[in-house]
Write a protein that binds this ligand. Structure first.
Ligand SMILES: NC(=O)c1ccc[n+]([C@@H]2O[C@H](COP(=O)([O-])OP(=O)(O)OC[C@H]3O[C@@H](n4cnc5c(N)ncnc54)[C@H](OP(=O)(O)O)[C@@H]3O)[C@@H](O)[C@H]2O)c1
Length: 324
């Protein structure tokens, strides 16, 4: 059989990508109000605007919009006629109890995505019903069948990530990435050492919710909470964020008028992670793309760290915190 095992050079392509796009809002009605706040044309324009700015790494998942996000990404990418790098994810549903369910789910994703392989296939969440070793066995099957260029995990803590890394290494397959929540308003992975461990192992940390579901753009605040269940989720933090948002605006102004969203994303990039902000329309996508081409100084990163520590209840040098 042809040996299609991923080699480390293949895995490193993720390290060359600075910014991607999260495709969850494209098709997701429950969290992102697809069909109400934005529609298919907005999603398509967001996709094209990103591509036009050279941002060609798109993150989706089989569960986003019950497959709608994958279908839209597949169609947009096919019509674009330009190279698009696609990452998608396997969700460990409770009835998926063997390694074989992983390549089976992946083939279904590929049909929705209209392609023969993707660039990154990730396990969406760990599961008490399917061991890490079985999951890695399923990912190995995907690599060996040529269905994906690289494999990764998502929402894995250090110990699960190390088990994944070792299980794949036994088959000479590198663990390419760990996709986790990381933003100026959620620094758990930085404080608990996961980010450092990823850097050490060459595992790309992909940062989801890097705008903290829109909070870091500055358009929401205590007087103007975000719609839907985001208001409840952020009830306690909203009154604390104005000083951080003010500092972000000041720093953005010092860089020729960068938006808060751009400061938030640049901060993630400066920390060594790959942010994948969601964008509902072309304006948001274009604004997010403006996180590239400039860089926060060390001093500015330190000031932002301190302001975020204050909001999150970290004390300098402390490891315990509100969101750890
Ligand atoms: N692996 C996982 O478990 C997991 C979990 C969550 C997300 N993800 C991935 O990460 C991606 C991003 O995370 P996320 O969608 O949770 O949160 P996010 O990127 O922090 O926030 C995205 C939301 O912020 C608002 N927004 C984006 N850009 C903006 C701009 N420039 N100006 C103003 N508002 C802007 C939009 O919502 P409004 O306009 O409604 O405010 C948008 O839907 C997802 O699409 C998905 O691919 C993965």
């Amino acid at each position: 059989m042809e040996n299609r095992t991923a080699v480390s050079g293949e895995t490193r392509f993720l390290h060359a990508i600075q910014l991607g796009v999260g495709a969850m809002p494209w098709g997701d009605r429950l969290v992102w109000q697809y069909g109400r706040s934005h529609g298919e044309q907005d999603a398509h324009e967001a996709f094209l605007a990103s591509l036009g700015q050279g941002i060609a790494f798109i993150d989706t998942a089989e569960v986003y919009g019950g497959g709608s996000s994958e279908r839209l990404v597949g169609r947009f990418a096919e019509e674009a006629g330009k190279p698009v790098l696609i990452a998608t994810k396997f969700f460990p549903m409770p009835w998926r109890l063997s390694a074989r369910t992983i390549p089976a789910a992946m083939r279904a994703s590929l049909i929705r995505l209209r392609r023969d392989s993707v660039d990154l296939y990730q396990i969406h969440w760990p599961s008490p019903l399917l061991s890490v070793e079985k999951m890695m066995e399923g990912l190995r099957m995907c690599v060996e069948a040529g269905l994906t260029r690289t494999v990764g995990v998502s929402n894995f803590d250090q110990s699960l990530m190390l088990r994944s890394y070792s299980a794949l290494a036994r088959h000479n397959i590198p663990l390419a990435s760990n996709q986790v929540h990381y933003s100026l308003l959620n620094r758990a992975v930085e404080k608990n050492g996961l980010l450092g461990r990823c850097t050490e192992l060459g595992v790309r940390l992909i940062a989801y919710s890097p705008l903290e579901l829109g909070l870091l753009t500055g358009k929401y605040g205590p007087e103007n909470p975000p719609p839907g269940n985001r208001a409840v989720r952020y009830l306690h933090i909203l009154p604390k964020i104005p000083p951080l948002l003010k500092l972000m605006t000041e720093i953005g102004q010092d860089h020729g008028g960068k938006f808060n969203s751009q400061v938030a994303l640049n901060w993630v990039i400066r920390k060594g992670a790959l942010p994948i902000p969601g964008a509902k329309n072309a304006d948001q996508a274009l604004q997010n793309a403006g996180a590239l081409g400039w860089s926060l100084s060390d001093d500015e990163v330190e000031k932002l760290d301190a302001a975020s520590d204050e909001v999150l209840g970290y004390r300098t040098g402390a490891t315990a915190a509100a969101n750890a």
